[in-house]
Design a protein around this ligand. Structure first.
Ligand code: PRP
Length: 214
């Protein structure tokens, strides 16, 4: 049995169960609480505001689907319309536990980023394949610069090294879910991050599944 996943209210010190709290029962262990996530968002927002203080417009591509939850909170914390969030459909895992090795960028509307700073926002830096591919793609469009911001940095060898400009929290080299991260499209809504109970992993995925930390 794990502790339950709760979220602190903005207006008071009270905590309430997060909207997906019933799926907390599927977690073997909570690694990062909602409160840690909220504090991290505040720190990142402050650092981003300082970095872009002299710019009137910052383009922020958000790599869907996973980064949507992070980007929503970041947008609220930045609270300024000079930060223009652009949702981009990108996928390399396609529902599984391992990267397919190919990055698909779907349905990007024509955007003019020439001469503007770009800050790519993603939920997790794992192999680095996604971020590297997307960064190169934006660099080809002659922006003023391209920086990167991830909520979680996995503690592993990154096959595709990418310089990270803003990093939220380190996470162990485990398969984790919550706060945008899914297993078969489930658990994204969890406001905490944790490790799934091993018996919830499909038999065909188990070979890839690292044993949870105790
Ligand atoms: C996940 C995650 C990152 C990427 C990180 O996306 O959201 O974008 O993988 O892994 P990498 O560093 O090994 O490339 P996924 O392809 O699962 O799509 P999703 O965001 O829709 O879940």
């Amino acid at each position: 049995m794990t502790e339950s996943c709760t979220k602190k209210n903005h207006s008071s010190d009270n905590t309430t169960p997060c909207s997906a709290h019933e799926t907390c029962q599927d977690l073997h262990q909570i690694l990062i609480t909602s409160e840690q996530i909220q504090k991290t968002i505040e720190r990142l927002a402050s650092s981003i505001q300082d970095t872009y203080a002299d710019y009137d417009c910052v383009m922020i591509p958000v790599l869907l689907k996973g980064a949507q939850w992070f980007a929503n909170d970041l947008s609220e914390a930045l609270n300024h319309d000079k930060f223009q969030f652009l949702p981009i459909s990108v996928s390399s895992y396609q529902g599984g536990m391992q990267s397919t090795g190919q990055v698909r960028i779907d349905k990007v509307e024509k955007i003019d980023i020439s001469g503007r700073p770009v800050l790519i926002v993603d939920d997790i830096y794992d192999t680095g394949l996604t971020l590297k591919h997307v960064k190169q793609w934006f660099e080809s469009m002659e922006p003023a610069e391209v920086k990167t911001c991830v909520m979680f940095e996995k503690d592993c060898d990154h096959a595709h090294e990418v310089a990270l400009d803003f990093v939220g929290l380190p996470v162990p080299d485990e398969f984790i879910v919550g706060y945008g991260l899914d297993y078969q499209e489930q658990y994204r809504e969890l406001c905490c991050v944790g490790i799934l109970k091993p018996d919830l992993i499909e038999p065909e995925d188990r070979i890839e599944y690292a044993q949870p930390v105790s």
